[in-house]
Design a protein around this ligand. Structure first.
Ligand SMILES: [Zn+2]
Length: 236
């Protein structure tokens, strides 16, 4: 059985380290025991997500929603197994829906030589996923006091960040990395790097205490200030 580790971010909100702290998923539990999972890592990480679920005393039957920040294989790859074992389809922003439905990937930014090179190679493919709901900007998913969908396109066309207002936890997704300090996602992984930098500024305008990243450890309590100072220093 895959080893399960979870990091408690707030009551009922956990980070699931899937490849150390380098790649994370998240788990939220409602008062009535329902579970929402956000991002499920690479294909091989699906087992770890299921183990994390059991480690907090819940099971596949408690999962009622699967949310994805975006379609890339290190976020959506593990969703195939989790979706199969829970019987729950995935919810993703409409801008990325076609990719998870078809198991394909959006083009990468061609303003870098490596992007031009990558765009000529066959892209990584995911197992095709069944979509439950296509998410839209500003929508509040009715779960655990509400999870707000914040469209932050650029890393991918439908990339979203998620704000859980009740616990004060923001899940940035790949809009901002926190690997050896806060930084932008590499240009070669973005569909539009300039747009990523521009839309990430939305994250400085929201209210939260903890900034949680899909890549890297969270910043507790002063999360909003840390994001704002990053945007001030590194934003265009
Ligand atoms: Zn990504």
């Amino acid at each position: 059985m895959a080893k399960a580790a979870t990091v408690l971010l707030a009551p009922g909100v956990w980070r699931i380290p899937l490849i150390g702290d380098f790649t994370n998923g998240f788990m939220l539990r409602d008062d009535d025991g329902q579970i929402t999972l956000i991002d499920m890592g690479m294909a091989f990480s699906g087992a770890k997500v299921m183990a994390a679920l059991r480690s907090v005393g819940s099971g596949p039957g408690d999962v009622t929603r699967l949310l994805l920040t975006h379609c890339h294989p290190d976020h959506a790859g593990g969703a195939a197994r989790v979706s199969r074992e829970t019987g729950v389809p995935v919810d993703i922003h409409s801008g990325d829906a076609e990719y998870v439905r078809d198991g394909t990937q959006p083009d990468v930014d061609r303003t870098s030589w490596i992007g031009r090179l990558f765009s000529r190679l066959p892209g990584p493919t995911n197992e095709r996923l069944t979509i439950g709901e296509e998410l839209a900007d500003g929508q509040v998913v009715p779960f655990a006091g509400g999870i707000r969908v914040v469209h932050t396109p650029g890393h991918s066309p439908g990339h979203t960040s998620f704000l859980h207002e009740e616990s004060g936890v923001l899940i940035t997704g790949d809009a901002i990395f926190n690997v050896l300090g806060m930084r932008w996602s590499p240009r070669m992984l973005c569909s539009n790097f300039a747009m990523n930098q521009e839309t990430a500024h939305r994250l400085g305008e929201l209210e939260y205490r903890t900034a949680a990243f899909t890549h890297g450890p969270e910043i507790r309590d002063r999360g909003r200030e840390a994001v704002r100072s990053f945007l001030r220093d590194k934003g265009r």
